[in-house]
Ligand binder design. Structure first.
Ligand code: MEV
Length: 423
């Protein structure tokens, strides 16, 4: 049985599934049924999903949840989140409520510059290259005029083109480093089209263009989110001691990369969930954020915390290249609803909302870790899932939840307690 196939993309969806079932699932009709169960009954929706990617055979759902009660810069938000991990949405909702009675979140966009590069090789004289660039610069901009016309009308476009000498890192390697403002679009297609036009105009017999592509590293597309309150308002009891522990937890993530990765993963639980719900590119966001976390030469915490003059402050500064128009944002019906729920934000406003979602998630994790521990909440969820799996009645469920309040939850212990109850 061969598992390689020619002309696969030309097969119909059913034929693709049949090939898969025959080659991987022993012709099991159950596997085919599962794939088909996830098809959407509304043809229009299914066609849309079929066309998002290539060789679509089914849909892969993520739960779409909402976290209400966020107050950001004095405005109320209900934040949409698409994520499969339990407790993330609950934590967001809890923390939103908590901070809504302590002044809410403050957020500000620091800068919105995006970057693209034309990477090229040149063996000749550096000064001659510089002269050629200086001479050509206007033509390079002109070559993009058709592409940038609409963007310029919206207040965006090319901000600068620089020639960068990278020969110290790699023989003969130079680049045109181009800065862009893409306003409300993420701008990937726009940037790449401009770069290809620039490269074509710049190329000559001596300049060998290797590639032209946007950079997903955007340290100057930066947003900051913050919360603060009096230390005594942070916890019901022992506030000073616990606030100190919270700050220490952030300090540990700043000096210990093993902890920093988990710490930042918690932040990304919030960020990715909103990025996905709003139809943005979470791979671009992830790649950028982690590079940014390493900008000082060591992987560090993305968030910071301090206590000064009795005030607890907790903040995050992260790069987020987002769009609120174009791409999936305008195509996926759920992303459109997500945007509507957020009040049709501009890209700048969405940067603020998403930074807040990350900070909120980090606050929830650190508060749990430095007080009760993370497992208490998780185990409650675990217990409910085991009970559900056992098919227990409502009365038995209530008994078991009470019974395990002060006991360690393991699968065996729950099954045993359930069996004893049934005896
Ligand atoms: C789990 O998805 C995220 C946490 O591990 C984050 C953290 O440890 O800060 C709870």
């Amino acid at each position: 049985m061969s598992k390689t196939v020619n002309g696969f993309s030309k097969l119909s969806k059913n034929e693709k599934i049949d090939w898969l079932i025959e080659n991987f699932f022993g012709n099991s009709s159950k596997s085919k049924e599962i794939l088909k169960q996830y098809w959407n009954d509304t043809k229009e929706i299914q066609d849309l999903h079929d066309d998002f990617i290539e060789n679509t055979i089914s849909n892969y759902y993520l739960p779409f949840g909402i976290a209400p009660n966020f107050v950001i810069n004095g405005k109320d938000y209900t934040i949409p989140m698409a994520i499969e991990e339990s407790s993330v949405v609950a934590a967001a909702a809890l923390v939103a409520k908590f901070w809504s009675s302590r002044g809410g979140f403050k957020a500000e966009v620091i800068s919105t510059v995006k970057i693209g590069q034309v990477h090229f090789m040149f063996e000749g004289d550096k000064e001659e290259l510089q002269q050629y660039f200086d001479l050509k610069k206007e033509d390079l901009l002109k070559s993009t005029e058709n592409i940038t016309k609409n963007m310029r009308k919206r207040g965006g476009g090319i901000l600068a083109i620089e020639l960068r000498d990278k020969t110290a890192e790699l023989n003969n390697y130079y680049q045109l480093h181009v800065s862009f403002e893409t306003v409300d679009s993420m701008g990937a297609n726009f940037i790449n089209s401009c770069l290809e036009a620039i490269a074509k105009e710049f190329e000559n017999d001596e300049i060998i263009v290797v590639m032209s592509i946007l950079s997903n590293y955007v340290p100057e597309c930066l947003v900051r989110a913050e919360v603060s309150c009096k230390v005594e308002d942070l916890y019901v009891e022992n506030s000073e001691f616990l606030a100190q522990k919270f700050v220490q937890a952030v300090q540990i993530a700043n000096v210990e990369p093993h902890r920093a990765v988990t710490h930042n993963k918690g932040i990304m639980n919030g960020i990715d969930a909103v990025v996905i719900a709003t139809g943005n590119d979470f791979r671009a966001i992830e790649a950028c954020v982690h590079a940014y976390a390493s900008k000082d030469g060591r992987y560090k915490s993305l968030s910071n915390a301090s206590i000064e003059d009795g005030i607890f402050k907790f903040w995050i500064e992260i790069p987020l290249a987002l769009g609120t128009v174009g791409g999936l944002t305008s195509l996926h019906p759920l992303s459109k609803l997500a945007m509507q729920m957020l009040g049709k934000p501009s890209a700048r406003e969405l940067m603020q909302i998403i930074a807040v979602a990350g900070l909120a998630q980090n606050f929830a994790a650190l508060r749990a870790l430095t007080t009760t521990g993370i497992q208490k909440g998780h185990m409650k969820m675990h217990l409910t899932n085991i009970i559900k799996g056992l098919g227990a009645s409502e009365a038995d469920k209530e008994f078991l939840i009470n019974y395990f309040q002060n006991k360690t939850v393991t699968h065996n212990a729950v099954v045993e307690a359930y069996n004893n109850l049934r005896k």
